[in-house]
Design a binder for this molecule. Sequence first.
Ligand SMILES: Nc1nc2c(c(=O)[nH]1)N[C@H]1C(S)=C(S)[C@@H](COP(=O)(O)OP(=O)(O)OC[C@H]3O[C@@H](n4cnc5c(N)ncnc54)[C@H](O)[C@@H]3O)O[C@H]1N2
Ligand code: MOO
Length: 658
Amino acid sequence: MTALELNKPVHPMVSVPEAIRIVLHETARILLSNSRPTECVKIDAQSVRNIVNRTLAADVIQREPGYPPYRASIMDGFAVSSTSPQTKYQVVGKILTGDSHLATITTSDDPPAHYVTTGAIVPDQYDCVVPIEECQLVSDGAFVIVQKESLVKDKWIRPPGCDIPGGSIVLKAGHKIDAVSLGLLLQSGVQEVELVCPLVVGVLSTGNELDVNDTSTTDHWAERQLGKIPDVNRPMLLSLLGDTWGACCRVVDLGIAVDSDRHQLARVLETAFLDCHVIVTTGGISVGETDIVEDVLVNDLKGRLHFGRLHMKPGKPTTFMTLPVENERDRIVFCMPGNPVSAGVCTHLLIRPCLELLFHGPASSPDNNGDSLDEQIRRTVENAWIHSEFEAQLTHDVALDVERPEYARVVVRRRASGICQVSTTGVQRSSRLMSMRDAVGLIVLPQGSKTRPKALAGETYLVLQTDHCNSSLAPITVQSSRHLSKPSKSFSVAVVVLSSIEAQAESAGAERMSELADRVAYALSGSKSGSVTTIKCEQYEGPIDESFKCYLEDKGRQADFVVVLSSTSKGSFRRHSAAAAYIRSILTKPADSMALQVRRGSAAKNNGSAIFETVIGYFPVNEKGFLVVLLAEMGLEGGLGNVRGLLKHAIKIARNKE
Ligand SMILES: Nc1nc2c(c(=O)[nH]1)N[C@H]1C(S)=C(S)[C@@H](COP(=O)(O)OP(=O)(O)OC[C@H]3O[C@@H](n4cnc5c(N)ncnc54)[C@H](O)[C@@H]3O)O[C@H]1N2
Ligand code: MOO
């Protein structure tokens, strides 16, 4: 056996929201530092459909005289002059839609009229069309008598350019061409349009285990050598990317590279970089001996690593790089894990937003106002389109992973009440592609802990949508995403458990204190890694008098928010009532409407808490103040969760910063 080489670098894990921002930042930098290559494409009724989904590189201007290009009738009827002294006209001809108008000779003294159909040319000599319903034909149709009141100047005529004025902008540069744009392009009369060049995206699978044999002539499953498996990732990602962006990019199959020959891998990648603007590899990116993809890209091809691991399941080894190419845009490289689910999920999360930005630009084109490149990049990232997201209730408990947040695949059921319920798609192992079958989204489950081992049925979590075809949800941008919102500035919380005199004998253990601290922090931040620091959770066993006040002041010096909880033990109700009355008497500013919301939230979670009064308000300590709340432990998640959004502001007020 040859000596093992196991000295691969172990990169820090970045969170998925951070990774999406890094990908978009690099994509925006590449976009904004180079002008996009463009090409002119001819437009005619036959070819126009080939440009659906592509992006315009220049404004489309309406040709003169505009649309419609001639005066057109809006009704089937008779074109007449509204100023003639009589209402009887000689019918001198008919102009059907599509006819070119030829001058007609009048043979009587009566003023002339032409029969016209909807859309037909109205000759210049007429200024009015009278609908057929308001006309009476006489003398076998040789004459027409119209109602006097129908003779109104410009009535039922579309002047040239009334739908689209000549010289106006029909579609702006950056517009993504859709079905309506096709119609508008044809009406604009332009013969060619300038489009952003299709980008080239290459997909490469790596691994000695992937079967490279021609499978068309044999029973390849039976005859396949043990240890070999079918290459799933390449066809799957080629399809995933090609189906969505086929019109705006060329998705190129780069084949399979073995991982036993780094020179071959380097050559394949080097050649691919000549053509491909974005390269996606799968496999060989973790820490095993044959995981050589990162090494080849960084050391042989001088790739710049932006992150090398994700704090998520599945997809931990996902790696992102850019690679400089002389006189051209930097190339973008995604190295996806080999496990098909990891590769698929991370393609949804990271590659889709990248390609969306490359092809279609940000949601609103930033007005540059001479801003620095950094500022332009920042704004482009904030306005970039990402996956749609929605909140949904779990239908069952899910064990949480203690190392990483999990992006589990889910199916969705919308209840008549409007509530969206989701269930996971069975075992979520990253090799089990069945977990992606029928899935329409990824539920974002927090990292678990000893005190929070499970996500519970009925709890609400964010779901990121992956099934874009069957979606009625509007796409969203980075700045409107809850998934990507930066945690608000943290605040600190001290938790005090008001144990009853009777319960003091069985003084609570450290484990229970830490569980309560976790529950409070979780309720206040909405996630484990949220914006709340819990200073301490301890029991207060002393009397409810001046010494309780001193105790609370002491907590208020250490924390922004003091949460006093009454336990459910015997005698706690009496002690709670005494504490409520006392705290109320010493508050400088009670916040009664917040108190009501806390109480309602608690009661919704646990009926029993309704008998416990809730007190919340501001309390002075030195020249600053702090916020204190007293509530029952029962249903605390509902109570604190109800005022989560208000707390930062309330704490600011308490601190006399407003
Ligand atoms: N000691 C550690 N081992 C592993 C870690 C770790 O942190 N420490 N991470 C695990 C995780 S998580 C993942 S995910 C995988 C990813 O590994 P690689 O990206 O290096 O992928 P491979 O090892 O090449 O393959 C993994 C798996 O997927 C199969 N595979 C690969 N390519 C394809 C393909 N094109 N089609 C179908 N299936 C494919 C391959 O046969 C393996 O079974 O690493 C863990 N290990
Ligand atoms: O991150 Mo890996 O993709 O969990 O199996």
